[in-house]
Write a new protein. Structure first.
Length: 587
């Protein structure tokens, strides 16, 4: 090869090398390629959004259809087969292919309806629960490019109706502060009466018209209400208390003193011994016991418990009569409220039916906790906090007291004395303070309490006094009638705590449960109620922050606590009543 040809070939190779290197260094057109990749990703993301929107639309449609179907099927007024009702809803919605009978469970009175159980035949229907699930697979348009050919859209839920067997305790504060004015401009007790009447109308008459008293659409015997008014104590009522097992030292009043352990249980059994509270007056400054408002257990008729009633008129009247006076014992009231929801009270209700004090439809109430899915509800309302609750020590409810009395045959006067009043006196001196004479007398030292022959003297006013030497010339010796120790139960009816405490030689007769102790007891009984699946609604009526905390802790959940003032107390009661009455959708 000529040298010329060699040079030409070398030149061509150099040009090709330069051309290749230039191409590799060139950036022209690179943005177009990057843009194509971004555009492709945008299409994929947009497509995913379309697929997800389609998925959510179909899933929502499936779930809403299922919700409507199980609600209709769970109604106890539904006469068709609940399973067929659910399937029919899906078929009508064009979704029948996504559910079948194996995906539906129906429970009546807690029992699964299957081939071995065809529903209640010899018992009333107290609850129906329908559980169902459905599943739809939605094909994808764009996600398939990512390897996802379909999205599963599950739906599920359960609906139940059991409000046809509902037991309610309405526990209402009637303490003295309820007479105060509320934010509405009316008294608190006025607002409570108005709100509680509306509550009764909703649960017993017509949920749609809370102010209508007739005609009532709620079926008789399906809902029972117990009203428990409370202040420092709960007045059970002598008739109602007689169906329990109270001590019988007096019948001046009918309140009960509970021990600390009593608040650990919802029950008060008919055989349980209940310590009747002494008819005590811890408030009077005078020695003589004061009127009813001075008693720990006040005896106004409107304070009595109205037990297990379905008569809306009777219950409205009971609410309309409520007054306001006394301290506040939320814990004691809650204890009685739970007692009339506990199955242990069934013999009590049977006695009330036999005495024609409640309707025979309530035979067997309160229903057992584990049968029939009965709704058991407490609505507990207060406008304050737990305050002092006075009580007697053991040994001071009945039996012989240190106070002795003697009624002489020739006098209508009752001669009272206290044995050994000076405390430091020699007991053998048998020295007494004679109340009629306002002085100490030691005669007769050898015949205490007027036994044997005693002087009967006529004083300067010709008033007969046994054992009194006002005018010895007018005294005769007669057989003394003797003296009797006054029973504690009668002593507290006649004399105040102030009188007793004036004698420093006498032992302490009683004490008081204070706020913190009563709050602990309230917490115990609220816990016991919730442990038995009793739904606890609480209402704080213009209360302090600390009181709201106590009531919120008692409620079944924070959502079951209502903070109300005079302007919305009725709304709070109405909301709770509708919550009790409505058909529940769960899961």
């Amino acid at each position: 090869m000529h040298r010329f040809d060699q040079d030409r070939l070398a030149s061509n190779d150099a040009r090709e090398t330069r051309r290749s290197a230039g191409f590799l260094r060139s950036e022209d057109g690179s943005f177009i390629i990057f843009g194509l990749f971004i555009f492709l990703l945008m299409l994929i993301v947009a497509g995913m959004s379309v697929d997800f929107m389609r998925f959510e639309t179909q899933r929502t449609r499936l779930q809403s259809t299922l919700d409507r179907a199980i609600l209709a099927a769970a109604s106890m007024e539904q006469t068709l087969d609940p399973e067929e009702v659910v399937l029919d809803y899906f078929n009508k919605a064009g979704l029948g292919e996504f559910i079948d009978a194996s995906m539906i469970d129906v429970y009546e009175n807690e029992r699964l309806i299957d081939e071995n159980y065809s529903g209640p035949s010899d018992e009333s229907l107290t609850s129906r629960r329908v559980e169902a699930s459905a599943n739809m697979t939605i094909g994808t348009t764009f996600l398939k490019f990512s390897g996802i050919d379909g999205l599963g859209a599950p739906a599920g839920g359960a609906a139940e109706e059991s409000a046809s067997q509902t037991e309610i305790s309405l526990v209402l504060d009637t303490s003295g502060s309820m007479s105060w004015g509320s934010d509405s401009g009316n008294s608190k007790i006025y607002e409570l009466r108005r709100a509680a009447k509306k509550f009764i109308n909703i649960v017993l008459c017509d949920p749609a018209y809370p102010n209508r008293t007739s005609p009532c659409v709620v079926e008789d015997g399906k809902v029972s209400v117990t009203i428990v008014p409370y202040s420092e104590q709960v007045l059970v009522g002598e008739g109602l208390l007689g169906y329990f097992n109270p001590t019988d030292e007096h019948d001046y009043s009918s309140c009960v003193t509970f021990s600390e352990s009593d608040f650990d249980s919802t029950a008060i059994t008919p055989t349980q011994v209940l310590q009747r509270e002494g008819h005590i007056d811890p408030w009077s400054d005078d020695y003589d016991a004061g009127g009813d408002n001075n008693r720990t257990c006040q005896t106004d008729d409107w304070r009595e418990i109205t037990a297990v009633s379905g008569n809306a008129s009777t219950l409205r009247d009971a609410v309309g009569d409520l007054g306001a006076a006394g301290n506040t014992s939320i814990d004691v009231a809650m204890k009685w409220g739970t007692a009339f929801l506990d199955p242990a009270a069934q013999p009590i209700v049977d006695d009330l039916i036999a005495a024609d004090k409640t309707d025979e439809d309530y035979e067997g109430r309160p229903l057992d906790y584990d049968i029939g899915r009965a709704a058991k509800v407490i609505v507990l309302m207060t406008d304050g906090v737990n305050t002092n609750q006075h009580y007697l020590y053991d040994g001071f409810h009945d039996g012989a007291s240190p106070l002795y009395f003697s009624d002489h045959d020739d006098s209508d006067d009752v001669e009272d004395s206290i044995r050994n009043p000076k405390g430091t006196a020699d007991p053998e001196d048998d020295e007494y303070y004679w109340l009629f004479a306002s002085s100490y007398e030691s005669y007769p030292m050898d015949r205490p309490y007027g036994e044997g022959l005693v002087p009967v003297c006529i004083n300067n006013y010709n008033f007969v006094r046994p054992w009194r030497w006002d005018n010895p010339s007018k005294c005769t010796w007669e057989e003394g009638p003797g003296a009797t120790a006054m029973d504690y139960a009668d002593l507290w009816e006649e004399y105040s705590w102030e009188w007793w405490e004036d004698w420093d030689f006498l032992p302490s007769q009683g004490s008081r449960h204070r706020n913190s102790e009563k709050n602990d007891r309230l917490d115990d009984i609220c816990t016991a109620a919730k442990d038995e699946d009793i739904t606890v609604f609480t209402i704080g009526f213009e209360v302090t922050t600390s009181s709201a905390t106590v009531m919120r802790n008692c409620a079944s959940s924070p959502a079951h606590y209502y903070n109300a003032d005079g302007l919305d107390l009725a709304s709070a009661f109405a909301a709770i009543a509708r919550e009790i009455s409505k058909l529940r959708l769960t899961n």
